[in-house]
Design a protein around this ligand. Structure first.
Ligand SMILES: NC(=O)c1ccc[n+]([C@@H]2O[C@H](COP(=O)([O-])OP(=O)(O)OC[C@H]3O[C@@H](n4cnc5c(N)ncnc54)[C@H](O)[C@@H]3O)[C@@H](O)[C@H]2O)c1
Length: 356
């Protein structure tokens, strides 16, 4: 198990994800040649964003702090418009850059603004949530929400670097931290079972080495998958493990009412049951989903009466994305496969296992 030293995970197309404590001090070195830097952040991370601003100022950069709303409210075309306006007023050119400091919502919005300003300027992501570190900030997907749906407007725009400074998590509310763990668990089941062993043993929980190890491993899983599929045309689909039902739950509950990670937790249990009931996954591995997620304090059930609404939401989601109904299920630990157009009875039976 690594100590708290700095670990760098390389993602293809090449950029580095730097993981450690105090690593935010290296931000400027990722943006050589950028005279002006817009630091996009939100109220809840102002303290940490100040640290980034100081580092860049000391590096002799002209910094422009831009405040956007906390959470999903940031992912709005009106907010993007205000960012474009600020970049225009400050005279941002192609060699200037954006630094996003915040949760996945802020990195998605700032990434979108960077992708579209002058058809693309450099962006560095400094995620301040666990979910941002292991998921949203890595892989180059950016988006805003519109009346047509969540994340339907966006662009692929790879960052020039991602800085996962574990110090940023000090102020993160416990419930948001726990929700982020659902994506870490997902990485364990689809690709790196050592994550599950580490979580079960709990070794290093007190001194932070467990968290460090989990972030490194989960980022490595995401890097391995997106590196081979930068525009989501193939293998990246396995990252959607647990997400089909999760998206339906988020829609059903009303966006923002359920944390994404909490919905993913129920979705992972559902996907495990789909795998088990379709004869692909053994009972023990399916049960391990619930044991680990419950142990972390994550939800594993959703009301039984919601099934018809969730089924409709899955239909709407499928239609919006123009895809066939495909579920990622496991054929074993670390062996994701696709279940194409499963029969309704199978879906219902799997949902019965997670309904309350
Ligand atoms: N681009 C991608 O590939 C990708 C992948 C997964 C998720 N996402 C997106 O990420 C978003 C969810 O991200 P999230 O889970 O980080 O939620 P979030 O960005 O909404 O942050 C959760 C809450 O925590 C606050 N916060 C963030 N960091 C904090 C800190 N260090 N201290 C105190 N408060 C803090 C935020 O202001 C917010 O209120 C969604 O919009 C989702 O669509 C994108």
């Amino acid at each position: 198990m690594p100590d708290r030293s700095v670990v760098t995970v390389r993602v293809s197309p090449p950029y580095d994800v730097v993981i450690g404590r105090g690593v935010v001090d290296a931000t400027g070195s990722l943006l050589l040649g950028a005279d002006r830097i817009a630091v996009v952040s939100s109220e809840s991370v102002l303290g940490f964003a100040d640290r980034v601003l100081d580092v860049l100022k000391q590096d002799g950069r002209e910094v422009h702090p831009l405040l956007v709303p906390d959470g999903e409210a940031a992912k709005d075309i009106g907010v993007a418009d205000r960012v474009w306006q600020s970049l225009g007023e400050a005279g941002f050119t192609r060699t200037d850059a954006v630094v996003a400091v915040g949760g996945g919502a802020v990195t998605d919005l700032a990434g979108f603004a960077a992708a579209t300003w002058l058809r693309g300027v450099r962006v560095v992501h400094i995620p301040t949530t666990l979910l941002g570190m292991v998921d949203a900030a890595v892989g180059g997907k950016t988006a805003v929400n519109t009346a047509a749906g969540k994340n339907l407007v966006g662009a692929f725009h790879q960052p020039v670097g991602v800085i996962c400074d574990l110090d940023a998590l000090a102020t993160l509310p416990r419930a948001d931290f726990v929700a982020g763990m659902a994506e870490v668990v997902k990485c364990g089941f689809i690709a790196d079972p050592a994550i599950l062993d580490a979580l079960e043993s709990g070794v290093g929980a007190e001194d932070g080495t467990l968290l460090h190890d989990l972030v490194v491993r989960a980022v490595q899983v995401k890097a391995d998958v997106v590196g081979g599929d930068p525009t989501e045309a193939g293998r990246r689909e396995i990252l959607n493990y647990g997400h089909t039902l999760a998206h339906a739950i988020e829609r059903d509950a009303g966006f923002g009412a359920w944390r994404h990670g909490d919905a993913v937790s129920v979705g992972l249990c559902f996907a495990a049951e789909l795998g088990r009931l379709s004869g692909r996954l053994d009972d023990g591995t399916a049960a391990r989903h619930r044991t680990i997620l419950t142990g972390l304090g994550l939800p594993t059930h959703y009301p039984g009466a919601a099934w018809p609404r969730l089924r409709d939401a899955i239909r709407i989601d499928k239609k919006a994305r123009g895809a066939r109904l495909r579920f990622v299920v496991l054929a074993g630990l670390g062996q994701p496969t696709v279940l194409d157009n499963p029969p309704e009875e199978l879906l219902e039976a799997a949902y019965a296992e997670v309904s309350e």
